[in-house]
Every structure is written in structure tokens, then in C-alpha cells.
Design a protein around this ligand. Sequence first.
Ligand SMILES: Nc1ncnc2c1ncn2[C@@H]1O[C@H](COP(=O)(O)OP(=O)(O)OP(=O)(O)O)[C@@H](O)[C@H]1O
Length: 596
Amino acid sequence: MTAPAAERTPTGERPDPPPPPQDEPDDPRLAAAALSELRRPVAGRTRLAVALAAVGALAALVPFAGLAALGDLLLADGPLDRPAVVAVAAGLLARGLLLGAALTITHFADVDLQAHLRRRIVRRLGRVPLGWFGEHSSGSVRKAAQNDIAALHHLIAHHAVETTAATVLPLGGLAYLLWLDWRLALLALGTLPLYALAYAWMMRGYREKAARLDAATARISSAVVEFVTGIGVVKTFGRARRAHDAYREAAEEFGNFYADWVRPMLRVEALSSMLISAPVVGLLNLLGAVWFTAQGRVTPVDALTGFLIALVIPTTAVALGFGAQDRRTAAAAALRLRALLDTPELPVAAEPRVPAGGAVEFDDVRFGYGPGSEVLRGVDLDLAPGTVTALVGPSGAGKSTLATLLPRFHDVTGGAVRVGGVDVREVDPEELYRSVGFVLQDVALVHGTVADNIRLGRPDATDDEVVAAARAAQIHDRVLQLPEGYGAVDALLSGGEAQRVAIARALLADTPVLVLDEATAFADPESEAAVQDALSELARGRTLLVIAHRLRTIAGADQIAVLDGGVVVERGAHDDLLALGGKYARMWTAQEGEQR
Ligand SMILES: Nc1ncnc2c1ncn2[C@@H]1O[C@H](COP(=O)(O)OP(=O)(O)OP(=O)(O)O)[C@@H](O)[C@H]1O
């Protein structure tokens, strides 16, 4: 055992103290259960590897006995004992082969398990409601898919085998010494109890201190993130010094707490590590062996065996200490992976139905993101096939929420959303995406070429069809300006340009219903005109639901619905709503006033 430390140095050693911030699961029992569930696919192979490692560790004992016999011969000046030499070589070979085989098995098991878990994550994420992705950062998903799965590596590929070997070898050795002479066994344990006491002293109050260290680390991270993400604002307002101070204070707090914790430990750690170091253990056992032999209580061969075995016993303590830390880190990772894999899926109807046509109906729709916070409070709205409906209203009225219920980013908590006469919950998700397309506020262009991005809606589209969609979306000319044209990978496009790529994608997907959220938000005047042209193209023959803040862009819509406080408060064509002199008329007057 040694004070836990997270990383090994390049030589494979772990530095003694200082203990780093720990990745501790809140509930160790839950975490252990999550871990054993995740490892189940490779449990059989792990057991086989453990058995091989145990036999390998026992085989490693043979050389000790063989070496002792050889040592005896050396002292007695006798001829070389061939069986002893063979036993040493065979023991070493068997140990090497068996441990090598065990580690090979666990490493292959680890690779398979990683692939298996990644497939499970991808499968699960493919079935969660799309709204989930808006509420969870891609960073947290990446952390689970990369870091947390990687955190399992040491446990799966090394822990079982190395811990088994590190336990069986000294325990087997002790058992052998007990069989030879109980005094030798006691001598071999020598300084271990003192080390255990020192370790217990170092670990007192550990959880509470580790939690404080974690909090201090988190404060440093957030000071860095705040500084980096807000650097523009910080510099513009001459606050760079303050931001630096925040980081310095967080770093100082961390440093002071860490030093106060670790300083007294260092002396104890240095002394206690000495207790289990080879020279000290060797010296104690050598003195004991000489004394026992002089007393005639043990033979020189047995004494030498005892001396050699005593040297390997401290390795157990160290390996078990590190093993426990690996297990804690892996358990915390397993808990996060389990939570990700338990993300509720979008319910799928047992007998899905197919929408007929492009009519859309919001029927007394109610929805809230959490209990007790209803965002939509009974929305009734019909979208006739082939017409354009604009959703307008103050910020926070629930426009985006209502629009995203159509492609089932979330499911309603009351009422129903119907497409082509069928409740969207009864439509198979893939079928639903063939009926309902969307271009949202944050246009996501996926890694790949511009053509790949446009083709996303219909992978089998020909090059001509891709170009035709890009032309209609007013982005073709801009794409041709890129050095690689449609083959440009991860092209750097402006917000308005990316939006037109998304519109081309939606045009190519050719869904009868389309949702457009803030389609002109990024647009400069020139690209706004281009986006408007693209939109008119999109509207042709489609049921379109558009969310717009600039009322001018939707003045020509077939119907305008004004949403306020989660209900539709006004509905009609532009002129009718102006004549009504209500909320829409006031919004219009206000915006027209701004324009002038
Ligand atoms: N993922 C979410 N989790 C919790 N609350 C949310 C979520 N998304 C939106 N809300 C809340 O729901 C309410 C309606 O938001 P929504 O984005 O639908 O309004 P909006 O009319 O589109 O506003 P804006 O015009 O500013 O985009 C707001 O109070 C918002 O804070």
C-alpha cells in the first residue's frame, strides 16, 4: 500500500505521495454494481486470465526454492545441481508464458469491451429523443465515449491479472514458508504491520480531503474556462487583471491546501516506504536467517528461501494499493457510462402508422421541460398542407419548443401533435424524419465535404441533384468559390451560408413538412435576401412552419400564429392581424419603427 496517486511516471512507477484529486464515485456500491454489469461481456475471459495468472504466480515460486538450493551448493562448493537449474528456468519460463497469456487475453477482452460499449452508446444515442442533445453538451458525451471507456482499460486489461499475481505470489510464498518453518513466515511478514499502520494514518479523513481537493481543482478549471471563453469581453473592458487574479487565487488556494495536506505525510511516507524497501526487508530477514541457522532451528537452504521470498512480499502491498485506486477510478467511470446507457429512449409504437399527406395539427398541446414548469399550455393550431405558417411572439413564449415537438425532439405531456392525420408518437421515427424535415437555429454541419452535408438528407442523391438543391438554396455560387468546391472538407462557412447549406439539405430530403427555426438569424442583408429566396423555393408544395423574429420576412405567410405565454393568442393573415390591432399589430408597429 502507498498513498494513492493517479498517474504512473513514464517508467511505470507512480510518484509517492502527493495524492492527486480523486475520481471518487458518490455511492461506491452503486458504482461497483455498474462496473460488474459493464464488464459482464468479458467476465469469462477475465476469469480464465485470473486462473492463468494465479498458476503463473505459483510457478514463480519454484525459482526461489531452486535458487536457494543452488545457493546452498555454492556455499558447500558442490557440483552444479542440474534439477535445480532446470527448476529455476522452468519456473521463470512458466511464469512468463502464463502471465503473458493472461495479459494477452485481458488486453483482447479490453479492446472487445471498448468496441462493445461504444456500439452500445451509439445505439442508445440513436434512440434517445433529439431534444436530449440540446440539454447535454457534446463534451459530456465525448467524455463518456472516450475518457470513461479508456478509464476502464487499466481495470480490465491489467488489474485482475496483476492483482492476482501480486497476491498469489507472496501468499503462496508465505504458505510455503509456513510449511518450512513458521518462524520464517513471521520474519518474512516483518515490517508489514508497521507499514499498514503508517498507511492508515496517512489515509485518515481522506474522503473529505479528496472532496476539498476536487472542489479546489474545479475552481481552477472554471477560472481558466472563464478566462479563455470570455477573453474578448474581459480584454475589451480592461478586466484582464481581475480575470488573472481569479485564476491566481484559485491556484494558490489549491496549492496551499495541497501542501498542508501532503507535507506531514511526506515524512511518514518516506519512512514507511523504507520499511518495505528491499534493503530493509532483506537486512531484517538476513539477520533473522543467520540467527535461526546459528541456533540450528532452520537449515541454510530454508533460511535462504525465506530471505528470497520475504523480498517479494512488499510488492503485494504496493500492487493492492494501486489496484484499489484503479478500481475506484473505473467504478466512477462505470457509473457515468451506466447513466449514459440508461438514457431513456424515445418510445416507439408497437404497430407504427404511416402519415398520409402534409397536414399538421397541434391539438391542445401541453408541454413542460420539467415537472411544474409548463411551457406550452394548450396550443391549438392547424397547418393546411402546402401552406406557410409563421410562429411569432415574444422571447421565451415557447415558439421553438412548439416547433420541435413536430419532429419529436420531445413528446407532449398533454394533447397531441399529428402529421398526415397520425399522432407523431405512432409514427416510426425514421418514417417521421421522411415526413418532417427541419432547419434549426444552430445549423450543424457534420464533418465531411459540402456535398456530403447536402446529401445527408438523401444519401443516394446524384451530383446533379446536389447541385440543383444548392442552386435553389442560393449557396451554389459560394460553394464554387471554395478552392475544392463541393469537395471542400469542413469548409469555413458563415452562419448564413451554413444555413443555406442546411436548406439545400432540406430541399434534397424533400419532406412534405418542414420546420424552420430562426432561419434568418445569422443573415446579413445580402444573405438574408438569398435565404429568403431559398425559403420561397422550399415553401413550394410543402407545409412549412417558420419561426421568425423579423416580421417582414413572414408578412406573406398564409397564416401567422402569435404565441404568448404558451398559448396561441392571435391567428390569421398579416392584414387581418394588423386590422385586429392586437399584439401582432403592436409588434409590427414596433419593428417598423425600428427600421426607420
Ligand atoms: N431544454 C430546455 N430545458 C428547460 N427549459 C427550456 C429548454 N428549452 C427552452 N426552455 C424554456 O422554455 C421556455 C420557452 O423557450 P423557447 O425557446 O421555446 O421560446 P421561444 O419563444 O422560442 O424563445 P426565443 O424567441 O427567445 O427563441 C423558456 O422559458 C425557456 O427558458
